[in-house]
Design a protein around this ligand. Structure first.
Ligand code: 4NP
Length: 154
């Protein structure tokens, strides 16, 4: 199973999601690969935002070495599930889908916890540190549920 976490910049929400998910995967000994990407190229090559790194570190998750990259059409081939943070990410990724099979891979990450709720993981970039804490908690909860939905399968 290969999961791709997607947000706009790939410096706040999706790297936090990648780090949290990776720690849940390791804790459960699951055979799941996780990566992250941004729909934009605004921050390509950059490490995560310092506030995201500090927040994750506070919760014993190290995302300091991750580097931002832009979502590519070939990610549809590389990943089984593409978990996006908000409605605008959803729209941007779907716009690159080549066919129905691509579209089917894309879902709002919070819908895996609250089906059909269409809840977004809010963008914390322009806010304060409390926004990062809130995002971390949402991602921690949803990744816990996601990880528990997988058994040790290929
Ligand atoms: P992210 O946050 O999508 O969670 O990584 C953002 C990062 C950068 C920008 C917006 C959101 N930006 O406009 O540069």
């Amino acid at each position: 199973m290969k999961l791709l976490m997607v947000c706009l910049g790939n410096i706040c929400r999706s790297p936090m999601a990648e780090g949290v998910m990776r720690s849940k995967i390791q804790a459960r000994g699951l055979n799941i690969l996780v990566d992250s990407a941004g729909t934009s190229n605004y921050h390509t090559g950059e490490h995560p935002d310092a506030r995201a790194t500090a927040c994750a570190r506070k919760h014993n998750v190290d995302i300091s070495t991750l580097k931002a990259r832009q979502f590519m059409v070939r990610d549809f081939d590389q990943f089984d599930r593409i978990l996006v943070m908000d409605a605008s990410n959803y729209h941007d990724v779907l716009a690159l889908a080549r066919h129905e099979a691509d579209k089917k891979k894309v879902e709002l990450i919070m819908n895996t916890m609250y089906p059909d709720s269409n809840l977004s993981v809010p963008d914390p970039y322009f806010g304060g540190e409390e926004g990062f804490e809130k995002v971390f908690m949402m991602l921690d909860n949803v990744c816990d549920l996601l990880a528990s939905s997988y058994r040790t399968q290929p």
